[in-house]
Structures are given as C-alpha cells and as structure tokens.
Design a protein around this ligand. Structure first.
Ligand SMILES: Nc1ncnc2c1ncn2[C@@H]1O[C@H](COP(=O)(O)OP(=O)(O)OP(=O)(O)O)[C@@H](O)[C@H]1O
Length: 520
C-alpha cells in the first residue's frame, strides 16, 4: 500500500505538465534577440545531448536489467512477475527518453540521469481502474483483431491461390471438409455465431462443433434475456414506493435528516439508503421489502420464537424486531449501529463508516494488505461479538458471516440483526453452530492464524462441553432435544427476553400502541 502511495515521477498534473518539471527561467526580449544568447543555447543543447547519450549508455550498461532476468531463479511467481514488469518498465522508459530527447533536451537528460533510481514507478503496480483497462484492451483488441483477420486472409489467399479467401477452386466444393471447417471458423469469427471465441485465425471448426456452438449461443441469448427481465423486476421491487417516500419526506420535515444521499446497498430483504444531517451526521435508512415472498425464508427464524407467536404478524413487525435487537445490543455496548427511528418497515440507524462513506463488509476488504497479527485481531473482535451477543444480550445472530460484519477504522461492527433470536428459541444452538461455521470458514479462507475448532468456539461461547470427538451438529441436536422442556419451563418462569417482556407490558398498558412510538 505504501508503495502505491508514493508520487509517480511521470504523472502529469491537471494542466498536463509534470509536477517535477523545472519552470523555465524568464528571459528578457532583448536577450532573446541577442546573437550571443543564441550561440550559448546551441552550445548548451549540444552539451545536454552529449550528457544524455553518456547517461543513456551508462543506463544501458548498468547491471540491473541483465541481473533482473538472470536472477529470477528461486523467485516466487509474484517476485518474478514484478522483476519482469520492472524490466519492461525500464525498457519503456528508455524508449520514451530516446523518443523525446530531441524535443526536451534538459528534461530527458534529467530523466535518463535519474533513470537508475526512478524507473520503477510504484503506481505501475497498482491495478488499473476497470475503465482504463477496458479502454486499453479495447484498442489492443481492435488492432489484434485486424492483424488476425489480415493473417487469415493472407493464409487463405496463399492456399487457395485466389483473391477471395473462401472461393473454391476446381472440383473443391463446400462439402470438402477442409473448406467447410474453415468456412465454419470464418462464420464463427464474423459473428454468425454469437459467442466469444477469440480470434480464430487459420483455424478450422468441424460442422458438428459449429452446430453445437450455434445452439449454445441461441440458448445463451435466451438465458440472458430472462436474466435481464429478472433484474428489471428486482429493480422495481427494491425501488422506494410512494408511502416510503412520504415517510422519508416527513423525517426531512421534522429535521431528523436533511437529505437522502443515495443507496448504500440493496440486500435480499431490504434497500439501505444513506441519509445525512448538515453533511456531518450520517444515517443508514433500512427500507424493508414488504412482499411476502421476500420473507418466505424467515419463517424458520420466527416460528419457534416465543416473541412471535403469530407468524403472520411478523411481516408487520420485522423492522421493529431489528430495532429492538439493536436497542438491546447498544445497551450492552456491542459494536453495532445505534437505532434512531422506526416507522412501519423503515428503520433509521447510525451509519457505520467514515465521513459518510459506508464501511466495507469483511467480504469486501482486501486482506492482502493485512498482516497475520492484524487478521488475528479482526477475528478476535468477531469472536468477542459472538460471545457477548450470547452471554450479555442473550441473542444468537443467526445469519452471521462476512456479509454482516463491517470494518471501519480497524473496528468490526455487526449489522443485520432482524433475524437474531433470543436464547429461548429452541433452535438457537443450531443457528449458533451455523454462525460459528460461517465465521471460521471465512477466517480460514483469509488465512488467519491459530483459529479454534468449531467445537472449541462453541464451548467458549456457550460454556457447554461438547466433545471434539463427535460431530458438533449431532451433539447440538441431541442437547437441544434433551433440554427442550427445560428451556421452555425456564423461559416461562423467567423469560430471557426481558426487553420483550417490558415491551409487551408497555404495549398492553398503552392499549396496544407500540412502545417504539417514541421513535416514530
Ligand atoms: N448501519 C449501516 N451502516 C453502513 N452500512 C450499512 C448499515 N446497515 C446496512 N448497511 C449496508 O447495507 C447492506 C445491506 O444491509 P443488511 O444486511 O442489513 O440488509 P439485508 O437486506 O438483510 O441484506 P442481506 O440479507 O443481503 O444481507 C449491508 O451489507 C451493508 O453494506
């Protein structure tokens, strides 16, 4: 990362000049007209040319280029790639220096002089933006395609001794396998078959393969059309409807925030918007999708949760559930968004991120820049979140993975807790096991050192004593079955979900009005 942030000696500024260029001295008009000055400029230019040639020769004779190639043995693939890139860059720099030497004598001389130190400009190793890459490769592609096509023509011309590359001679007919195969290749190359094949220069395709390609292409076109339809439908479903816009507008009028800056993400169950107050306080507004189909997968989370005896009612109170869970987690000081407002299917919470830019999910972090110690530290934060969720908040996240953990300034935050379940849920250990497996599998993928086994982490979180010898799932199923009655009895007498109990009491006292009204 440090490498990439060093200034690029070749980079031009917005005015198209090099920042490192020395400004030309101001010369008086009288001096410009002077013969002496003209002569001295001539001499100076000659001197510069000589120096440049000398430097250039030195650079060419310098040990580094040859050494780079000679010493590739024992290098890893990456080191070798960098070394080759360095060589390539050096050649490019030299070529550039030579090309521009006649125009910019002084600058080129300086570049050639500095070449030994500067050739490897760090930003060359930074990935290009997709746009840059596309543009470059487009041009290259066009050129290559032209060359390839020319070669194809030339070869066919040679072979058929005809000006037309596909014209047959004498008794050769289209049934001749060689000609037919070439014709197939030509048709494929020239878009008769709508698949990307690369340049089929002087290649031949048998009729069987050609026909398969054609039928594949037809199916592919249909599939892409179907996908486009689906995407358009999805976009319609995630767009903010009139009621939602009205609620957002009300919040703007109330001064909760003054602008909706844009969409942060659209998830399976919601769209998350970025709202801001005076450009300094930032919020995430989660807009839950309200169609039943979006929630069909949720029944497994709620059907046994005593807080949601009536699953049909769940749709209406899903946002409320996330709000309550966030409240509970915030109260215990867990790193998560702070809930701010709630209205029907809209939840306003603090934005996790810096300066109004939402933090990335662990899934999207570039772990290549993290040391083992740093990765381990991030893992420990996640482990602590899981332990505290269970022990302090009496919750199991139930959808924990690299997609629902954000990283902001080295700190991990947990989000998306609408499905988080109370420990009274008879299947909570089953979901906890799934969370543990997701988390460990992710951290093992990014090569975090010293990870515990799923059983060890499970025991750490629950304080139960599962055995390393047997399958964790089987043990959890057995344990849950045996303790089902105990759980239910205990929950009846002393509900773990004290917030929810209080919520129900409040609601009853208020003739069914949600205690979350204070946040509406
Ligand atoms: N408070 C927040 N601060 C910053 N970004 C957030 C916040 N809440 C959500 N996001 C972003 O919005 C995305 C979707 O949010 P969330 O996971 O809560 O919605 P979802 O519909 O449950 O998504 P999915 O089911 O696909 O995980 C997150 O992955 C995250 O990038």
């Amino acid at each position: 990362m440090g490498e990439c942030s060093r200034p690029n000696a070749w980079k031009k500024n917005a005015w198209g000049t090099n920042d490192n260029e020395v400004e030309e001295p101001v010369v008086r008009f009288v001096d410009i007209m002077s013969e002496d000055l003209a002569q001295s400029i001539d001499e100076e230019e000659k001197k510069q040319e000589e120096t440049f040639l000398k430097d250039f020769e030195n650079v060419m004779n310098s040990e580094s280029i040859d050494e780079i190639l000679l010493n590739t043995s024992g290098m890893t693939d990456e080191e070798m790639a960098i070394a080759l890139q360095r060589h390539f860059d050096r050649e490019a720099d030299l070529a550039r220096a030579v090309a521009s030497s006649s125009n910019t004598g002084e600058q080129t001389t300086k570049n050639a002089r500095n070449m030994k130190n500067v050739v490897v400009t760090p930003d060359r190793y930074c990935p290009k933006t997709a746009q840059e890459t596309d543009e470059d490769s487009d041009e290259d592609d066009d050129e290559l395609r032209q060359i390839a096509t020319d070669m194809l023509y030339a070869k066919l011309d040679e072979e058929s001794a005809s000006s037309s590359r596909l014209r047959t001679t004498g008794s050769v007919t289209k049934h001749n396998p060689t000609i037919a195969a070439r014709r197939n290749a030509d048709k494929t190359l020239n878009d008769a078959v709508n698949v990307s094949t690369g340049d089929l220069v002087s290649d031949a395709i048998s009729s069987r393969v050609y026909n398969s390609l054609r039928s594949f292409a037809k199916t592919e076109v249909k599939r892409q059309m179907r996908m486009k339809d689906k995407e358009e439908k999805a976009t319609m479903e995630t767009s903010v409807d009139a009621n939602t816009r009205l609620s957002l507008f009300k919040w703007i009028n109330q001064g909760v925030f003054d602008t909706i800056e844009g969409v942060i993400a659209t998830g399976k169950e919601s769209a998350v918007l970025h709202a801001a107050q005076s450009s300094s306080t930032h919020f995430a507004v989660k807009v839950y999708k309200t169609t039943l189909s979006e929630f069909k997968n949720r029944s497994e989370y709620v059907k046994d949760d005593f807080r949601f005896k009536n699953p049909r009612g769940v749709l209406r109170i899903w946002a409320e559930r996330e709000f309550m869970n966030l409240m509970r987690m915030t109260k215990w000081g867990l790193p998560c968004p702070t809930p701010v407002k709630l209205k029907r299917h809209l939840l306003v919470m603090s934005l996790i991120g810096e300066d109004g830019v939402a933090a990335p999910r662990l899934k999207n972090v570039d772990w290549g820049f993290f040391t083992d110690v740093e990765r381990r530290n991030i893992y420990e934060q996640v482990e602590s979140i899981m332990c505290r969720l269970y022990k302090e908040c009496q919750l199991v996240h139930a959808d924990l993975s690299e997609f629902n953990l954000l990283l902001s300034e080295g700190k991990v935050y947990v989000i998306d807790v609408s499905q988080a379940m109370d420990l009274s849920h008879p299947r909570n250990l089953h979901f906890l096991t799934r969370d543990i497996e997701n988390v460990l599998s992710f951290f093992s993928k990014i090569e975090t050192p010293s990870l515990p086994t799923p059983v060890a982490l499970f025991n750490l979180i629950t304080q139960l004593e599962m055995s390393e010898e047997d399958d964790l799932h089987v043990q959890v199923e057995q344990f849950s079955e045996e303790n089902r009655g105990v759980h239910l009895r205990r929950d009846k007498a002393r509900p773990a979900d004290f917030e929810w109990e209080k919520y129900e009491l409040d609601k009853k006292a208020n003739r069914g009005i949600s205690p979350a009204r204070d946040f509406n």
